[in-house]
Ligand binder design. Structure first.
Ligand code: SF4
Length: 460
């Protein structure tokens, strides 16, 4: 007998990673087309919660138009003797895993970026009310996180109410994020690791420090501390820093050791404050991404909600695909917005002096944390639309990157440098490795030089 027998669809770990395409979806909750969406956990006193209650404000799943998206908010109220405010971030992040256990349900991202889809198939099986979604979440929380003694959930689809709560949620996230500001990584003996995203990025581990917030932007060092205390065997755990191997790049013996263990030897070293060499791995739910622009010898930074093309013609999705999956890809670096506020932000690569482009939206959000002398030197999509325009802008505004152009040796004309190139083994026959055996060949700092390029029609 399963604890989900009364739920119309199956619930289990096998459904994690299920993707629901647009044409298969009954409804999309939140997502990139909706301005207002959020998920939020709030801790309460035990007597303030009606355990097991599900409240729905606005149309229920059965009342939402088929195949469309809707504004969406979800507030999970929890209480327990051991529960403290610093646990909210991790309890909230756990929605991602639990929601993805539901057959025909997909949950992406976090906080104000959430995107959820219910499949038509599961809807037809009877999963037609938020009541079922709430039941699954509440049962999983209580069985997996024993410190959650009471829980109740409110789902909101009424557009005005979602907008109203969105504003409150943003203030709550900001207060959580602000807590670790001012602390230094040197002030603490332990960092925290989070392996929640290993279900879809098996070699990924977030290393959460006071000055390097988790990639998803949902878990701070304080959140890690509170969670590791109440659930030491859970997915968020203590990492003893050990000997500091390099202050500039942020490399620690203890971090390397745990990364090696948790990635089963795939990742050997991680340097916390760089996007080159041994960068922090990127799972896929990062809030933003730094991407190297070789023509400028500098970085662009883009966030998930940026809908256009970056200055070098890439979308966030393309950039994200280049680095997601728990890999270390030179020059592409998944990160949180809070990390952009950190004094350690990519310090080994030159920090903000190396950033040449970012969307105006994100620039405004973090403006007060940028070194004042650089703010107006970083171009946005409102200033330039291509690399020629960017180059002129940087020169005109005397961006520090310009001095690197004259100092750096020129590359040979016609030569392309790729930070990383991954090929199937069949692409380069190697003696002893039969084609099709599932090997990957990863070449670092690849230079491609061709005397001629011929494009032929494929007549196969
Ligand atoms: S992005 Fe990192 S911190 Fe956030 S849930 Fe995934 S592993 Fe944990």
């Amino acid at each position: 007998m399963s604890m989900f027998d009364d739920i119309p669809v199956d619930v289990g770990i096998i459904y994690e990673g299920e993707r629901i395409r647009g044409r298969e979806m009954q409804v999309e909750l939140g997502g990139p087309r909706e301005e207002f969406k959020f998920e939020l956990v709030q801790t309460m006193d035990l007597d303030e919660i009606e355990d097991g209650k599900v409240e729905i404000i606005g149309p229920d799943l059965s009342e939402l138009p088929e195949g469309k998206n809707t504004p969406f908010g979800m507030i999970i109220y929890v209480a327990g003797e051991e529960i403290e405010k610093d646990l909210e971030g991790v309890i909230e992040r756990q929605v991602h895993e639990y929601a993805n256990f539901i057959e025909g349900f997909m949950h992406l991202n976090q906080r104000y970026d959430v995107q959820m889809r219910l499949s038509k198939k599961s809807y037809k099986k009877g999963f037609n009310s938020f009541k079922f979604f709430g039941e699954v979440l509440m049962r999983l929380y209580k069985s997996e996180m024993s410190f959650v003694e009471k829980i109740q959930i409110t789902f909101i689809t009424d557009p005005a109410k979602v907008e109203e709560w969105y504003g409150k949620a943003i203030e709550i996230y900001e207060a959580r994020d602000a807590k670790a500001r001012g602390m230094s990584d040197d002030d603490v003996e332990v960092f925290y690791g989070c392996s929640l995203c290993q279900s879809f990025a098996p070699t990924h581990l977030c290393v959460i420090t006071p000055q390097r917030y988790a990639n998803c932007g949902a878990i701070s060092w304080f959140d890690g501390k509170a969670t590791a205390k109440v659930d030491p065997k859970g997915p968020v755990f203590e990492i003893l820093k050990g000997e500091k191997l390099d202050d500039l790049t942020g490399e620690y013996e203890g971090v390397n050791q745990i990364i090696r263990e948790k990635s089963l030897g795939e990742i050997e070293r991680v340097q916390l404050y760089t996007a080159f060499g041994y960068p922090h791995t990127s799972c896929g739910c990062f809030e933003g991404c730094a991407f190297f622009i070789p023509e400028m010898d500098g970085y662009g930074v883009v966030h998930r909600n940026f809908k256009g093309e970056t200055v070098n013609g890439l979308s966030f999705v393309t950039i994200s695909d280049l680095t997601a999956g728990g890999r270390q890809v030179d020059g592409f670096h998944g990160l949180s917005i809070e990390y952009m506020r950190s004094p350690r932000f990519m310090q080994a690569d030159g920090g903000w002096d190396r950033v040449v482009w970012m969307p105006v939206d994100i620039k405004e959000r973090i403006r007060n944390y940028l070194p004042p002398e650089i703010v107006d030197k970083i171009a946005t999509e409102e200033d330039v639309s291509d690399l020629d325009g960017l180059k002129a802008y940087l020169q005109e505004h005397d961006h520090p990157i310009v001095s690197r152009w004259t100092a750096a040796p020129k590359e040979e004309p016609g030569e392309i440098t790729l930070p990383t190139l991954e090929l199937p083994a069949s692409a380069i026959p190697i003696q002893g490795i039969p084609a099709g055996m599932g090997f990957r060949i990863i070449l670092k700092n690849v230079k491609i030089r061709a005397e001629k390029m011929i494009i032929k029609a494929d007549k196969r």
